[in-house]
Design a protein around this ligand. Structure first.
Ligand code: SF4
Length: 244
């Protein structure tokens, strides 16, 4: 087996999504996992992996502020595939300290406090999940936003500790139409929030529905739109650890 350092991301770029799941599971076993927030792309990844690489881990970052519809979908997926989703949550002490100091709704106050909240509720639990992985499957797609347009299918990234891992976006080159078609053909469950106008799914309040023609992530942290032109609309999970 090649170590993460020995793998050449460029050679994997030509593989399709199913082949990538197989390759990663065969080579890295328990150190391979999908981290998903249960948007459509995540549901496609889970279904595909269960078919071609049964047992591949499914992980989520549960910020404790997700919509009821998202928790319901998680339960439905566990039942459908007979799997246990691993839920990484914020550190309770850190969370209590933040709320005591800044309040539950600190994300309205400033961009800095929104990022602090995202660090405590998302980025830190995500880092803990990543510490258990050598291969991280993510649902990023190039058509989701301007910022994600150049998403590579396979990249090598570094954790804050310096440890390297492979980040794979197996559906990076898929369009929304391809995702929709897969969901229809395989009869997959969908997050009920899509029927309410959401095109991106995250925490309650911070995520809102979008209008036709808007960027898919335009509904995130809308109250900052007038102050932060060109805001990347990212929580930090996909910003830390640039490709190396
Ligand atoms: S999306 Fe909002 S509630 Fe969720 S972690 Fe970020 S700032 Fe906090």
């Amino acid at each position: 087996m090649q170590t993460v350092e020995q793998v050449s991301p460029e050679t994997l770029e030509a593989l399709d999504a199913e082949a990538l799941f197989r390759w990663a599971h065969e080579n890295y076993g328990e150190r391979t996992g999908i981290i998903t927030s249960f948007q459509d792309t995540g549901c496609v990844m889970i279904d595909m992996a269960q078919r071609v690489a049964p047992g591949l881990r499914v992980i989520t970052v549960d910020t404790l502020r997700l919509h009821a519809e998202t928790y319901a979908l998680m339960d439905a997926i566990e039942k459908r595939y007979g799997i246990q989703i691993e839920r990484f949550q914020p550190d309770p002490e850190h969370l209590q300290r933040m709320i005591k100091q800044h309040g539950e709704y600190l994300f309205f106050d400033s961009k800095e406090k929104q990022e602090y909240c995202c660090t405590v509720r998302k980025v830190d639990p995500n880092q803990r999940a990543l510490a258990t992985l050598d291969v991280w499957f993510t649902g990023l797609r190039r058509d989701q936003s301007e910022f994600r347009k150049a998403t590579p299918k396979v990249s090598r990234i570094a954790q804050p500790s310096g440890r390297k891992l492979l980040k794979i976006a197996p559906l990076a080159d898929w369009t929304q139409e391809m995702v929709d078609a897969y969901i229809r053909e395989h009869g997959l469950p969908k997050n009920a929030l899509y029927d309410q106008g959401y095109t991106s799914i995250g925490c309650v309040i911070c995520t809102t529905p979008t209008l036709p023609g808007e960027d898919k992530r335009a509904g995130r942290w809308r109250w900052f739109n007038q102050f932060h032109k060109g805001d990347k609309k990212e929580c930090g999970i996909h910003i830390h650890g640039a490709g190396i």
